[in-house]
Design a protein around this ligand. Structure first.
Ligand code: AMP
Length: 392
């Protein structure tokens, strides 16, 4: 059965088509700069990558071209071979604790939740509508970044703010990257050959979040009401004292938009280093003796270690820890820096094993108290699995 896994951004559309249940990737790619000039798309098929220019005034046109490519490349012979389309949706809030078949009501709720994810949910709705128009025979499924975190208890997800901020304005912790955390926690459970286990998943990419998982369920996660909370990220500040915001607004006459921009786009690695949001540039800066790059990396490592320590206690010890996403899968130095700071827990890095990028691997010694793994994440396959399971 052919299933498409889709991730629609405001000006992009990523896709991956699977033969299910084998989970074989048939074709994948991305449409970029939709609705702006110089639009283009890239497709990967049979190990080959092709980039083409195209007029992409909207997502619907991108989907139309995608269908043409699927037919031209003989991935499908007719449209009705595509049985399901799984859409990544960033914010499902407390309305969705699992993936669901999409109907008009679901679209309406996703749309209503846009105030909690103003950049992402409207894009998902645009993607859902575009596919519905071009491939009306396929059943659509919504897979939410937040649903994995819906198992957190109230003590964990509430902020100690006036209670009506929660009841009237839905202010609470929702978390993010749930599909990735779910995938990696599942994979750890397979590796450990244990259904019930306590694991910490460190999804460290341009955005970063850390999740404590017990018996396959999220008990706490570092991101909060928005993806701004938790560890330091590429351009987001992570946890700060909330009173800094009114203080800076008063001192500098910044508007709330200025503040929003500062804490989401000008902070994190970029804010501290003054150089870049990209951890590779930070590592290059360190090699050139740039002290602020070194400071940014040290701060990042400290915040990640803080969360691991906190979740180690929360879970009453852990069976495994995993690193995933761009930094987690690729940064040898950052993984080393984090694991070395966990020595007090008896966790010991194997430097030779850690010397890899983008590959599933155990990176601790055989006498380490807790095994630590690199697990490359795969959100697309999770979306395809949920879609396949839901459409039966
Ligand atoms: P993601 O958001 O998961 O795509 O991750 C993006 C982050 O991963 C950026 O900060 C990149 O610098 C980082 N990254 C990607 N490749 C590498 C690499 N080879 N070494 C260090 N960091 C990397």
């Amino acid at each position: 059965m052919k299933i498409l896994s889709v991730n629609a951004g405001s000006s992009s559309l990523k896709f991956q088509m699977y033969e299910m249940p084998e989970e074989k990737v048939l074709i994948s790619g991305v449409f970029e700069r939709i609705g702006i000039n110089d639009s283009l798309y890239t497709i990967k098929i049979n190990g080959e990558k092709i980039t083409k220019k195209a007029e992409l005034p909207n997502h619907k046109e991108a989907v139309r071209i995608l269908v043409e490519e699927l037919l031209d490349n003989n991935v499908i012979k007719s449209l009705d071979e595509i049985k399901g389309i799984g859409h990544r949706v960033v914010q499902g809030a407390d309305k969705f604790d699992k993936s669901v078949l999409i109907d008009d009501e679901v679209v309406e709720i996703i749309s209503e939740l846009s105030s909690l994810a103003p950049l992402h949910n409207p894009a998902a709705v645009t993607g859902i509508k575009a596919f519905k128009e071009i491939i009306p025979t396929a059943q659509a499924v919504a897979v939410f970044d937040t649903s994995f975190h819906q198992t957190m208890d109230k003590e964990t997800y509430l902020y100690a703010l006036p209670y009506n901020w929660y009841t009237d304005y839905q202010v609470r912790k929702y978390g993010a990257h749930g599909t990735s955390h779910n995938y990696v926690a599942n994979r750890l459970s397979e590796i450990l050959n244990k259904k019930d286990c306590r694991v910490i998943v460190c999804h460290l990419g341009n955005g970063g979040s850390i999740t404590a998982v017990k018996d396959g369920k999220c008990v706490d996660t570092s991101m909060g009401f928005t993806p701004n909370a938790g560890v330091i990220m590429g351009t987001r500040c992570g946890d700060i004292d909330a009173s800094i915001i009114p203080y800076m607004m008063k001192k500098t006459n910044m508007t709330y938009q200025d503040i929003d921009n500062a804490i989401n786009k000008q902070s994190g690695f970029l804010g501290i280093s003054g150089v870049s949001s990209d951890s590779r540039d930070i590592e290059d800066g360190i090699k050139q003796g740039n002290e602020r790059c070194l400071l940014a990396q040290h701060m990042f490592i400290r915040r990640v270690v803080d969360y691991i320590a906190k979740y180690y206690v929360l879970l009453n010890g852990v069976d495994a820890i995993a690193f995933t996403a761009g930094i987690g899968e690729n940064s040898i130095d950052i993984r080393k820096g984090i694991i070395e700071k966990l020595a007090v827990l008896g966790i010991k890095i194997d430097e030779e094993k850690n010397n890899v990028r983008g590959k599933e691997q155990l990176i601790t010694t055989s006498d380490s108290s807790v095994p630590v793994y690199i697990i490359p994440t795969d959100e697309e396959v999770m979306i395809a699995r949920d879609t396949y399971n839901l459409i039966g």
